[in-house]
Ligand binder design. Structure first.
Ligand code: ATP
Length: 340
């Protein structure tokens, strides 16, 4: 792959996306790394490593170094980031791109420094970090530069970020560690409790994507779910309905709706009025859960729109933000608000 000068990276807890100016999203891989425990050597990164999750022999571990919206394994995150940057931007000593990285909202100062260092070591000439909701809003095509309030809900793997943005900066926001991963956990818990069936994370995610729902479906769908019978200890498969999935997902969905409601309650009235006119936009992989727009609409009374290509919004917004970085850097107010 050729070299480039502007790169946007969505360093997500579930997926890493790399956006290159003029080319679009060039990489979209799970944030998973497989490591040899004995030698500490990296065996696989991304999709190849994800296939190994829950299926590794004792000397190999497949880890998700960013979990629950924070960097749980600092060293592995650094190595993973470097791997993805080199894979997409080439490995030149002479050419150094400007890199904007969007980090999960829960990361600490120390972790931010680690991300900056990793991106610099991987070849970044200048490395900037960016807040997730701002990137999501830009990527969803919203004009955040005007004095009008826009509301964005980004439902990722580890965190849901709810924010009201105006004049390029966040006015009110909340980040909660309830998103796609918690949906999967809720399905695992439900299957264990209601059907005495023990299922893995990947099966739970598949159930969520295929028959999961946040709002009653017009037509009920059914899917076979395979796991281990907790009573006999043997493999078992049972048919599960979308109605059951809605019951299983109820608790985390309620949390997300309450957080959205809470942000609206804290929003200045002028901006509230803008939002009730323009609606709420949802991004992130979680926005693809069937009926989640209707569920949020029901709780807030505000129209909800799913962004086009919701999984890519943060990466696209991160890359696009680089275009306007010089202008933004001159504007102290925005610099303070949007960049970390
Ligand atoms: N069609 C779908 N229906 C429901 N959930 C989905 C669908 N497709 C993807 N997801 C879920 O979206 C989540 C990943 O979303 P995304 O890639 O936006 O997260 P991320 O940016 O890596 O996470 P974070 O924002 O927390 O750092 C996963 O939990 C995945 O299971």
């Amino acid at each position: 792959m050729g070299f480039t000068d502007e790169v946007g990276i969505d360093l997500g807890t579930a997926n890493v996306l790399v956006y290159i100016k003029g080319k679009g999203v060039v990489l979209n891989e799970p944030s998973v790394v497989a490591i040899n425990r004995d030698t500490n050597e990296i065996l696989a990164v991304g999709e190849e490593a994800r296939q190994m999750l829950g299926r590794t022999p004792s000397n190999i571990i497949a880890v998700r170094p960013l979990r629950d919206g924070v960097i749980s394994d600092y060293d592995v995150t650094e190595r993973m980031l470097k791997y993805f940057i080199r894979k997409t931007c080439g490995n030149s000593r002479f050419f150094k791109p400007r890199i904007m990285v969007c980090v999960p909202s829960g990361v600490t100062e120390v972790e931010k420094r680690a991300v900056r260092e990793a991106a610099t070591q991987a070849g970044g000439k200048a490395v900037f970090l960016m807040e997730e909701p701002v990137a999501a809003a830009i990527g969803a095509g919203l004009d955040i530069s005007k004095p009008d309030g826009v509301m964005i809900i980004d439902i990722g793997g580890g965190t849901t970020d709810v924010a009201v943005i105006s004049l390029g900066g966040i006015v009110t926001s909340t980040s909660v560690k309830v998103a796609g991963d918690k949906f999967d956990e809720a399905i695992i818990k439900y299957m264990r409790k209601e059907h005495k069936l023990y299922i893995g994370e990947r099966t739970a995610e598949e159930m969520k994507i295929t028959i999961g729902t946040a709002y009653p479906r017009e037509e009920m769908v059914v899917k076979e779910c395979r796991g281990r019978d907790l009573v006999t200890g043997l493999p078992k498969s049972i048919e599960i309905t979308s109605k059951e999935m809605m019951e299983a997902l109820d608790e985390p969905l309620q949390v997300i709706c309450e957080v959205a409601h809470g942000v609206l309650e804290r929003t200045p009235p002028e901006l509230s009025a803008d939002i009730s006119n323009s609606g709420i936009v949802i991004t992130g992989g979680g926005a693809l859960l069937h009926g989640i727009d209707k569920r949020i609409e029901e709780r807030t009374g505000i129209t909800v729109r799913i962004a086009e290509d919701p999984k890519s919004c943060v990466a696209i917004g991160t890359g696009k933000a680089l275009n306007s970085i010089d202008a933004i850097e001159n504007n102290q107010m925005n610099k303070r608000r949007s960049y970390i």
